[in-house]
Design a protein. Structure first.
Length: 150
């Protein structure tokens, strides 16, 4: 029981880090403003967060999720909420590598070159994908709490 509780604690903490970082990234750019000197630096930090926070959090979520399933006598890898969890990790990994990292760098580059219009267009695209990623995480949390499929 202690093993399961420890796994579950680490699993939830990693998801909390992922969700919390998403919320911070949704709020901070609006507080900084598009033409602020800090805006470019923020987006460079955002790109680095993918390696420093999102990848480790995603890996921890995945590993602890697998270990929780292996430790369970009630649910397995074919259970709906487990499948939803795996899909959330995959979606997060794809969005991080294809959208968030590259877009953050492109936004910072556009801001550094003074192209606020391009930066705002890229911010809009990244923001929409950020909303999608956050909704996926929230839905997955709901699926886990409700134990969908059991």
């Amino acid at each position: 029981m202690l093993y399961r509780n420890l796994l579950l604690f680490v699993h939830i903490a990693a998801v909390g880090a992922w969700l919390g970082a998403n919320i911070v990234q949704a709020i901070v750019p609006g507080l900084i403003g598009p033409e602020s000197a800090a805006a470019s630096a923020w987006f460079r930090v955002t790109e680095k967060m993918s390696k420093a926070l999102y990848i480790p959090a995603g890996v921890i979520v995945l590993i602890t999720g697998v270990l929780l399933v292996l430790d369970s006598e009630v649910y397995g890898f074919g259970t709906l909420f487990v499948t939803i969890g795996f899909m959330a990790v995959i979606i997060g990994a794809v969005l991080g590598s294809v959208v968030f990292g590259p877009k953050s760098t492109a936004i910072a580059d556009a801001l550094d070159s003074g192209d606020v219009v391009a930066a705002n267009r890229l911010r809009g695209t990244a923001g929409r994908f950020g909303v999608l990623d956050t909704l996926v995480v929230l839905f997955t949390i709901f699926a886990m709490v409700a134990k969908l499929g059991i």
